[in-house]
Design a protein around this ligand. Sequence first.
Ligand code: NAD
Length: 377
Amino acid sequence: QTIFIPKETDPVEPRVAASPETVKKLIGLGFSVVVEKGAGTLSRIPDSEFDAAGAKIGSATDAKSADVILKVRRPSLSELKSYKKGAALIAMLDPYGDDATVRAYADAGLSSFTMEFMPRITRAQVMDVLSSQANLAGYQAVIDAAAEYGRALPMMMTAAGTVPAAKVFVMGAGVAGLQAIATARRLGAVVTATDVRPAAKEQVASLGGKFIAVEDEEFKAAETAGGYAKEMSREYQAKQAALVADHIAKQDIVITTALIPGRPAPRLVTKEMLAAMRPGSVVVDLAVERGGNVEGAQPGKVVEIGGVKIVGHLNVPGRIAATASQLYARNLFAFIETLTDKDSKALKINLDDELVKATLLTHDGSVVHPAFAQAAA
Ligand code: NAD
């Protein structure tokens, strides 16, 4: 079977769904691999490296004959039309709120898998694209904040005097937030962090951060069985806001990462809180694409409100594309490896496999994922 890796068509997407390393491994599984010319350029992978790994360098029209298509983002409707009926599409399809597109995958006869739905179980950790990409976003958020800050982060004792350490506050201590804490600590900042999940407390402390939160009864029950945060009550949010307002006024850098699955991002930083911050402070909103944690943050822009810079970069993992692609490609390879039948050396979709059940949106002309099947019926 043939695997095709196109160049991403979305202009904000520099990542690519394969690396020379995973091309070699896919060939090792028995596939032939075609990579579209220039697919890796923005991830610092020249065609020559894909070629040396054993891929054929092709063009967009190679999608037609591919049995498996690996992408970062969902294809455009015109790209969809170029895919062969019965092909497997594996990408971050971002399907929530877009039933029509999911229907279109079914109508195109695709077996479409969305990688964001990979269950967070031990077996699937190596395929967890949300974690691999969020981890890099957390790192990059600190790098972006440091670049905007215009001051040093570590305390420096120099012959010309002492420079104090920057104070960094991380809101939301999931995968991205924990990496932001670790990165800010490595740069010498004094780090505090908050979350609504009690489990985060120990994790923040283990990275050398100080945990700050309203620890009431609701907090003790705020984690779902899946490990995610619940949407908090208005009362909790008010208590949290009061605590944050006090703390944030003393911070130099704030990094917000708070998300709730399937819901808009919670608003954690208001205009009033921003107004209480010192001019020259920096706020990075990693949730800006999901509605934003910070009032006034603008997707794709760095804005200044009362002297405070608010950073709202889009596709933050894409800002560190070479590393992001390397890890994303490994996530995809691990998934394909489990889907591949060792004897026929071809993809064999086992509908009883829990990883397939969780990620397969469409199959054999139908919408099969329970979250979408009803809307499609
Ligand atoms: P996420 O991206 O959904 O959200 C980021 C963080 O924001 C979370 O920690 C969440 O609790 C927090 N948050 C939500 N509302 C908030 C609010 N009002 N105020 C402050 N913080 C708020 O989370 P994630 O990074 O995907 O991690 C979710 C969970 O999944 C974590 O428990 C993590 O440890 C777990 N996880 C498990 C695995 C695995 O076992 N394979 C892999 C990755 C993550």
